[in-house]
Design a protein around this ligand. Structure first.
Ligand code: CAA
Length: 295
């Protein structure tokens, strides 16, 4: 039932965002295996407890180039999973050949400065980075340009052995416009980031792991399952506490050490106002599993 609502919700949102109709197919009658197919993405609830929101970019012929319609569907899916109390973590993935080959070059080619400036082109992509729930990117194949940038908007990146990360915008006369110059620098340091941005050269999964861009590498056919496993583990904790963890770690990107430590301390103190902090510590002392209620 919840998955059916998910489908309706996304449908409604895409109608609102695009002003045009997308066709959704509901596969399977049972909620456990029901997926919702948009024009450019597939969404599903995954995991034994159906507590993982799964988003698969599904524009295979164009290597998941991030056209406006696709990113609007991603935005709507994030809205839906974020509002769904049964979901504790989200997994974002693409296909085996490409996670995403960047912003849609065909769509961008004829745009003019005034248009992109006035329309704040690509700004709404930040919805992914602003998601309150943890998001894991499971990356196989190309994660280039905007593809690398949306992977970096996620909280954890798992890579398949064939993954390739790059910011090739320089080769088409532009620069990264969805966080590549900023997040890459913070993830792998200035020298490596500068080399990638100035040359357009890609790094492979092993180099990305060594540089700290990805946390783990898996065989191509296992990376999604491993991401879902980790997502289930995260979703098993209190959603309130995971949200606080995410805010605190992300604050390290934005704040000085002193400000960040103060912010962390305040959030730590705030956990003492939650039922789940009490339950977690009580369960530990009573030698039983905690029963978190996300409150
Ligand atoms: N936009 C639009 N279409 C794209 C695309 C993109 N970013 N990337 C690939 N495609 C399309 C190709 O045009 C091609 O379509 P057709 O079959 O209709 O010709 C199809 O996907 C398959 O691509 P290729 O034939 O090129 O496949 P390949 O295996 O030979 O090469 C690739 C793969 C190296 C990823 C190559 O497609 C490529 O270099 N893509 C562009 C990568 C890029 O420059 N990304 C940055 C975009 S700008 C950006 O993202 C800005 C930002 O900061 C947000």
């Amino acid at each position: 039932m919840a998955s059916r609502n998910l489908g309706r919700h996304i449908f409604g949102q895409i109608l609102l965002n695009n002003g045009r109709k997308n066709v959704f197919k509901f596969s399977g009658a049972h909620a456990r295996c029901m997926s919702t197919q948009g024009e450019f993405i597939i969404t599903e609830k995954k995991g034994e407890k159906q507590n993982v929101g799964f988003i698969q970019l599904n524009r295979r012929k164009a290597l998941n180039a991030l056209c406006d319609g696709l990113m609007k569907e991603v935005e709507a899916a994030i809205d839906t999973f974020e509002a769904d109390d049964s979901i504790g973590c989200i997994v974002l993935t693409g296909g085996e050949k490409a996670f995403a080959a960047g912003a849609d070059i065909k769509e961008m080619k004829d745009k003019e400065f005034a248009q992109v400036f006035k329309g704040n082109f690509l700004t709404y992509w930040n919805r992914l980075a602003g998601c309150k729930k943890p998001v894991i990117a499971a990356v196989n194949g190309f994660a280039l340009g905007g593809g690398c940038e949306i992977a970096m908007m996620c909280d954890i990146i798992y890579a398949g052995e064939n993954a390739q990360f790059g910011q090739p915008e320089i080769t088409i006369g532009t620069i990264p416009g969805a966080g590549g110059t900023q997040r890459l620098c913070k993830a792998i340091g200035k020298s490596k980031a500068m080399e990638m941005v100035l040359t357009g050269n890609r790094i492979n999964a092993q180099e990305a792991e060594k540089a700290g861009l990805v946390s783990k590498i898996f065989p191509v056919d296992q990376v999604v399952d491993e991401a879902i496993k980790t997502a289930e583990q995260i979703a098993g904790f209190s959603n309130v506490t995971t949200g606080m963890c995410k805010e605190a770690v992300n604050a390290a990107y934005e704040m000085s050490l002193a400000e960040g430590l103060h912010f962390e301390k305040r959030l730590f103190h705030a956990t003492f106002a939650t039922n789940d902090r009490k339950e977690g510590m009580t369960a530990f002392l009573e030698k039983r599993k905690p029963n978190f209620t996300d409150s």
